[in-house]
Design a protein around this ligand. Structure first.
Ligand code: SIN
Length: 567
């Protein structure tokens, strides 16, 4: 190794995708890997602080006797509104059960039914019970099991409080050329040690982006504050293709008021029969303005509470707009109190701490940004369009989710693609790609001035309000164009400021938020129709002739990624 920060493989992010990948790859553990592989995981806060940790629902897999792979594939394709890639969905469904078995072997303790088998829950858009879960804290249990399995591993180094700033690029020829997206190879990342303020160069033979989501682009989100779209922004600046970012999923049922990290009321509560009601107690109906042709063609059409998230969130949005009410109600009063507390202990405790006596009393809920269906474009093995750069988990756009992710397909996707990427990276390392040589002309300024944290926070808030109002659950052309103009200015201002100063975390995150918000809006503008999670009132119909394809943004506005001379 040439420097203390040189590793074989760098993993950015410590959620289910990053940890699974590291576990498989370290020590030649990935199928096809024979050599010991030194892996570093950089994570920007605490190792367990990830979207995974807050996932309540579970992992959708075909295990039940009345279920079949074709049904899970069909439900996923229907939910994705014509944009899922069938090969990706088939891979997800086919390989899912094996990945879940592996998790159990690594120590994950999922809820069991009376006969001792895995208990299967139901969620919206699923035609069968197929959600493997650990009560209502599945993500936390998976994260616990993976961290425990990794703890004993000598070849994996975990660095907390390390924020990746930008990807390093290498080129076999002149260090000065080419630029991002022009044949360069990913060769590591620049990483800020939050404790010391030092910027470190981690050079690596391959990099996995597993940095999670981007919910903090919006005013209301179920995501933790770390979900600032860092991976998509870094990949884009390095020249990778990104796609389908207009499809941000709003979870229909965040606990009201949805401030800070909004507390999620799992869709599994509706899966157990809870229904959505207006404040007058009547049942909520569909919005009537949805493009629901595919769903409507299915018989029987499920009751609203069990329909896909795009449909349910829009129905709530319409009700709130028309009534002026601040929330709708989720009524689980059909469930015995003991059963509710056993199945949803975390939700029950949170509701009670807020004075809501569940399940007797209804729960006030509103939609909140939850999941990005789009992201860094990958193939079936997690390869991005930049050689050496892989992506898995929410940061990736694998083709599985299309225009609307089916509930509980995301932890599954992370597992399947992490496994596949580990195998592909192991094969690539064996085929002898070398560690890149010296970094050329690092340009991170050393100048430190007093950080204006108040201003940066105000800009962050402005961006979140703007995205909520103009690029939220319902959009229109005028709002999107206004948002694009403001975001372009904001992105340029923040980028200029970032380049003037020694990096500091809040500014680096704002830089990524501004980049990603602009990408979301650009994708939305490029889709003048309504499909899945993207609903534009100026184009309320689905246009299969014109837009039954991904929105791919290519060739990042280059110049911010570093060049590295390949050794
Ligand atoms: C939920 O429990 O409703 C969230 C799970 C998911 O996003 O798939």
């Amino acid at each position: 190794m040439n420097s203390p920060h040189d590793v074989d493989v760098l993993v950015i992010g410590s959620g289910i995708a990053g940890l699974t990948f590291a576990l498989k790859l370290a020590g030649g553990g990935a199928p096809g890997g024979r050599v010991r592989t030194r892996v570093a995981i950089v994570t920007k806060k605490d190792r367990a602080d990830s979207n995974t940790n807050y996932a309540q629902g579970g992992i959708a897999v075909v295990l039940a006797g009345d279920d079949a792979e074709e049904l899970h594939v069909r439900d996923t394709l229907d939910s994705g509104a014509g944009l899922c890639h069938p090969a990706a969905v088939e891979q997800l469904v086919r390989e899912g059960p094996e990945r879940v078995r592996e998790l159990v072997e690594w120590g994950a303790r999922f809820s069991r039914g009376e006969g001792g088998g895995l208990e299967l829950g139901r969620e919206g858009g699923h035609s069968r019970r197929r959600i493997v879960h650990a009560a209502d804290y599945t993500g936390r249990e998976v994260e616990r099991a993976l961290l425990a399995a990794l703890a004993a591993h000598p070849d994996v180094r975990m660095l907390e409080d390390h924020l990746a700033l930008d990807l390093l690029l290498a080129h076999a020829g002149s260090p000065a050329a080419p630029g991002p997206g022009q044949g360069a190879r990913c060769a590591g990342a620049l990483v800020l040690d939050r404790e010391t303020g030092e910027v470190l160069e981690f050079r690596a033979r391959a990099v996995l982006l597993a940095s999670g989501g981007l919910g903090c682009v919006y005013r209301h989100t179920t995501n933790p504050e770390i979900a600032t779209g860092d991976g998509v922004a870094m990949a884009w600046r390095a020249g990778a293709d990104v796609a389908d970012l207009e499809f941000v999923q709003f979870h229909p049922t965040a606990l009201y008021p949805a401030e800070g990290r909004a507390f999620l009321i799992s869709e599994a509560v509706r899966g157990e029969g809870a229904v959505l009601r207006k404040l007058d107690g009547s049942k909520l109906g569909t919005s009537g303005n949805d493009n629901e042709a595919v769903e409507a063609a299915r018989a029987p059409v499920p009751e609203l509470s069990l329909r896909t998230r795009d449909v349910v969130a829009r129905a709530i949005y319409r009700e709130l707009s028309e009534s002026g009410d601040p929330y709708v109600l989720l009524d689980a009063s059909h469930m015995p109190a003991g059963r509710f507390a056993a199945r949803f202990p975390v939700i029950a405790a949170e509701c009670r701490s807020r004075g809501i006596d569940v399940p007797g009393e209804p729960i006030p809920v509103v939609p909140a940004a939850h999941y990005s269906c789009g992201g860094v474009v990958t193939d079936l093995d997690g390869r991005s369009t930049v050689p050496g750069l892989y992506a898995a988990g929410e940061v990736a756009c694998t083709g599985v989710h299309g225009a609307n992710r089916l509930a509980s397909n995301s932890l599954l996707e992370a597992l399947v693609w992490a496994h596949r990427a580990a195998r592909a990276v192991a094969a690539e390392l064996e085929a002898a790609s070398v560690l890149p040589g010296d970094v050329v002309a690092p340009t991170t300024p050393a100048h430190r001035r007093e950080h204006d944290a108040v201003r940066i926070l105000a800009l962050r808030r402005e961006l979140q309000e703007l995205m909520w109002a103009d690029a939220g659950i319902v959009r229109n052309d005028e709002c999107l164009l206004r948002a694009e103009q403001r975001l372009r200015r904001m992105r340029n201002e923040v980028e200029a400021e970032y380049r003037r100063e020694a990096p500091w975390p809040e500014l680096a995150e704002l830089r990524n938020l501004a980049e990603v918000a602009l990408l979301i809006v650009r994708c939305a503008v490029a889709r003048p129709e309504s499909r899945g999670l993207h609903f534009n009132t100026d184009h309320p119909g689905r246009d299969d002739a014109g837009f039954a394809r991904d929105t791919v943004l290519r060739d990042g506005e280059a110049g911010t990624a570093r060049q590295v001379q390949q050794g």
